[in-house]
Design a protein around this ligand. Structure first.
Ligand SMILES: C[S@@+](CC[C@H](N)C(=O)[O-])C[C@H]1O[C@@H](n2cnc3c(N)ncnc32)[C@H](O)[C@@H]1O
Length: 201
């Protein structure tokens, strides 16, 4: 089954599946050090779980541009935006590489978006719409050291139902590192999850 088909099926339960990882979302958003009035990209926004946290940081004069290719996931994000009456969120139904972006943003969030980080065209497109010094934050699965067998079984199981390919799981942030030149890396969940933060040159 394609990953798109997997997300179409997972959309109704997705928020529940992610619930144990919400502290990581909060730390990823905090690491962007957003300021009121800033514009931030939420790449592969899914059901919009990051929107409230991002909006809290950028305030009513800021803007969140959220991009998602799976219609069922995006529909849930739409419902979330409507339920909260958020006016400063743009939801783009597109693959990141083709998303109709304009202007430059202050930050980019890649939260559990392995496939996007493995697409050079997507990263180039994002980079072209970021200001110099823009904040970057990525969270995702990563192979733990070989002796951490349980961690790696978790990574394998989770990756098989969320990624197009296992390629890049040894250094999922490599493309982002090429863009930024330097990343701060931290590990969680017994080495199964990384968080990378950095800035555009
Ligand atoms: C694991 S979910 C993460 C969703 C959200 N970032 C979160 O933290 O809850 C990955 C999402 O990325 C989306 N996605 C994957 N590749 C994409 C691409 N090239 N362009 C846009 N969305 C993509 C998937 O459809 C899915 O909704």
């Amino acid at each position: 089954m394609s990953t798109l088909a997997q997300y179409r099926r997972r959309a109704p339960f997705y928020d529940l599946e992610l619930a144990p990882f919400e502290p990581l979302r909060r730390s990823a958003i905090a690491s962007l050090e957003l300021r009121p009035g800033q514009r931030v990209l939420d790449l592969g926004c899914g059901t919009g779980l990051s929107l409230a946290g991002l909006l809290q940081q950028v305030g009513p004069r800021g803007h969140v541009i959220a991009i998602e290719q799976c219609p069922e996931m995006l529909e849930r994000a739409r419902q979330r935006v409507a339920a909260h009456g958020w006016r400063n969120v743009s939801l783009l139904a597109a693959g990141v590489a083709e998303a109709p972006l304009s202007g430059r943003c202050d930050a980019a969030l890649f939260h559990f978006t392995h496939d996007i980080l493995q697409q050079p065209q997507a990263l180039q497109h994002v980079a072209a719409h970021l200001k110099p010094g823009a904040a970057l934050a990525a969270t995702g699965l990563v192979w733990a050291p070989p002796w951490a067998v349980l961690s790696n079984l978790f990574v394998l199981g989770a990756a098989l139902h969320s990624m197009a390919s296992l390629a890049g799981l040894d250094r999922p942030w490599a493309g982002l590192l090429e863009l930024s030149g330097e990343l701060d890396l931290r590990y969680h969940c017994l080495g199964a999850v990384y968080q990378a933060t950095g800035r555009m040159p």
